[in-house]
Design a protein. Structure first.
Length: 167
């Protein structure tokens, strides 16, 4: 009888732990648009999107990140994944308006990249940070993010913390 009681208690405790663990699980998070959807929109929309982002940034006291890349770019997809992971997702939402600038196969929106001193030949993704007036605060010079697949999400966190508005 004692053995039966011990076995029954063990089974009850095991089942209780399973139920308590399953009750604590978070609901699945929607994956970012990196798998089936294109990250970078129609290249013709870039100038208008930048202007809209600057207007929104001025209203919301945020900065604008221009993310130059292409839907063919694996490192661009990794950066997009990192943008949607915490703490990056919260940092991005609180401090920035993100504009994905489609460069096609390095032959679209090169004038915008030139305007913001982003050397596309160094690799993509390539980033620029603007204040809400459109003043360039940072532009990637040496392909700092072009190897995102070998970088840690913390590198994105550090970047976002470095360039977020002060105060």
């Amino acid at each position: 009888m004692f053995k039966t009681l011990v076995k029954t208690t063990a089974v009850v405790l095991f089942l209780a732990s399973l139920f308590s663990i399953s009750g604590c699980r978070k609901q699945p998070v929607q994956p970012p648009k990196q798998v089936t959807e294109d990250i970078y929109p129609d290249p013709a929309s870039a100038s208008a999107e930048i202007q809209n982002a600057l207007a929104t940034a001025a209203r919301e006291y945020k900065r604008v990140i221009l993310d130059f890349g292409g839907n063919w770019c694996g490192d661009c997809k990794v950066l997009n994944i990192y943008y949607h992971q915490e703490p990056n997702a919260s940092l991005l939402a609180a401090n920035y308006i993100l504009v994905d600038v489609n460069i096609c196969r390095m032959d679209c929106n090169t004038d915008i990249a030139d305007k913001y001193a982003v050397p596309l030949k160094k690799g993509v993704p390539a980033l620029a940070v603007l204040d809400s007036n459109g003043t360039l605060l940072y532009s990637q010079r040496n392909g700092e993010f072009e190897s995102m697949r070998r970088m840690d999400p913390a590198s994105v966190t550090e970047f976002l913390n470095t360039w977020k508005p002060k105060g």
